[in-house]
Design a protein around this ligand. Structure first.
Ligand code: PGA
Ligand code: ZN
Length: 421
């Protein structure tokens, strides 16, 4: 690979989709400019990279200015070398000195600049040897938890995946139909539903947990009938947000119930059967490696996915592998910190047959780099919402990637092969 030398790095304050301050970074490398803005979560795992240093965005920008000279001259086309340099500058295990947002934006902008300079799409710069396949969109269409108000379900996300789609365009259209069918069904029972949405563009409705699942299952079936292929339902419990460590229970405020870990495992397994769920993300809290294994024993034909459990961190993935906690993992570059950290995680996951789903954050931006990350890492799905400019930006990028692949190979890109569907 030709080295694409970094010439200049400039950071600025911007706002994310939730209106929170974040940073954007411009990296000039070769004769091109790459640009990336850091996203932010709301249900943030305790073990994630720390997004900003003490002192917030301004301190992050000050540190970026102070240390950027140490990055000048490095090869923008080598994410892992850049990660080593960022880690040396930071010197902490979780980027708490410079902030994960700096690591994210610098590494993503550098990769973009290198791809532009080398006239390659970002996915093929990152993963030149792999035959690119398109991930299935996994779209949040009824939301709750930390992404919505107290009237919404405790469960964070009800997710649709158009598993029967043969083409990306059809897959994206199917999720849009699910989203609108869900509104129709909510309004059937609640004529005064005001059409509110949560942080990720999913409907934020006054629904109990099981009520929301019933509406979601009906919406998926109705959309499936309209569109003519199978759409499956998944759930992100974001159970760390439900977990009360002191009492040792999962608290469902909407249903006024508290479940012990054993009861939670049973509840999740029951919901899986009742609603034919194929995807169960964070069904248990972020330290429950053993309970994840207990659930895996009783749930055979579904993806059990670690998000807050793994936080895109290789050593937490090692723990999960040794305890056989899950068969799926969320990949969020900003949880890991830099692009190179996330790629290392993806390699370990893939080598161990862990199914990857690349994911957005609830406070996101109109950037679309993660669509390329999903393709480059062989992610089977991309979880990036259905509605809202910052969500659709990533979905539309999948169409551009498909167009590029079609031009190069003479036929549309194949969809990834998903297990358990
Ligand atoms: P977050 O939510 O971005 O608020 O962490 C997304 C998720 O939990 O998957
Ligand atoms: Zn999650």
């Amino acid at each position: 690979m030709v080295a694409v030398s970094i010439k200049e790095i400039v950071g600025r304050l911007c706002f994310n989709s939730r209106g929170q301050e974040t940073i954007e970074v411009d990296v000039k490398a070769g004769d091109c400019l790459g640009r990336a803005m850091a996203p932010a979560g709301a249900s943030v795992g305790r073990f994630e990279a720390q997004n900003f240093p003490k002192g917030g965005v301004r301190e992050a920008l000050r540190l970026l200015k102070e240390y950027s000279t140490r990055l000048i001259g490095l090869d923008a086309s080598d994410p892992k070398a850049l990660t080593s340099a960022l880690r040396r500058i930071d010197g902490t295990p979780n980027y708490s000195k410079i902030g994960g947002a700096v690591a994210y934006a610098v590494s993503m902008a550098a990769a973009e600049a290198a791809a532009l300079h080398l006239k390659k799409p970002l996915y093929s710069l990152i993963s030149p040897k792999v035959e690119p396949k398109l991930p299935f969109p996994l779209g949040n269409f009824i939301g709750g938890g930390k992404h919505a108000g107290p009237g919404a379900p405790d469960i964070q996300e009800l997710l649709a995946c158009p598993v029967g789609a043969k083409r990306i365009e059809d897959a994206l259209r199917a999720n849009i139909v699910v989203h609108s069918e869900a509104r129709r069904l909510i309004e059937k029972n609640q004529p005064l539903f005001a059409g509110g949405k949560g942080d990720e563009g999913a409907w934020a409705a006054n629904l109990g947990n099981e009520e929301a699942l019933m509406v979601a299952a009906e919406a998926v079936t109705a959309a499936s009938d309209k569109i003519g292929f199978r759409i499956r339902l998944g759930v992100d419990f974001a159970a760390t947000s439900l977990w009360n460590e002191k009492e040792g229970v999962y608290v469902y405020a909407r249903s006024a119930k508290k479940l012990s870990p054993e009861e939670q495992i049973q509840f999740v397994a029951e919901l899986k059967d009742r609603f034919d769920l194929f995807y169960l993300e964070d069904p248990l809290h972020e330290d429950a490696f053993e309970d994840f294994y207990e659930l895996s024993k009783s749930v055979k034909d579904a993806l059990i996915v670690g998000d807050d459990l793994l936080v895109t961190n290789t050593s937490r993935l090692q723990t999960a592998l040794s305890k056989r906690s899950c068969n799926g993992a969320i990949l969020k570059v900003n949880q890991a910190g830099s692009l190179g950290d996330a790629l290392e995680f993806a390699e370990l996951a893939t080598a161990n047959n862990i199914v990857l789903t690349t994911s957005h954050r609830s406070g996101d931006t109109t950037d679309s780099h993660i669509s390329h990350i999903a393709v480059a890492t062989g992610s089977k799905m991309i979880k990036t919402g259905i509605m809202g400019g910052e969500r659709v930006a990533k979905l539309n990028e999948l169409l551009r990637i498909n167009e590029r692949i079609s031009l190069e190979s003479g036929s549309e890109a194949s969809m990834a092969s998903l297990p358990y569907v």
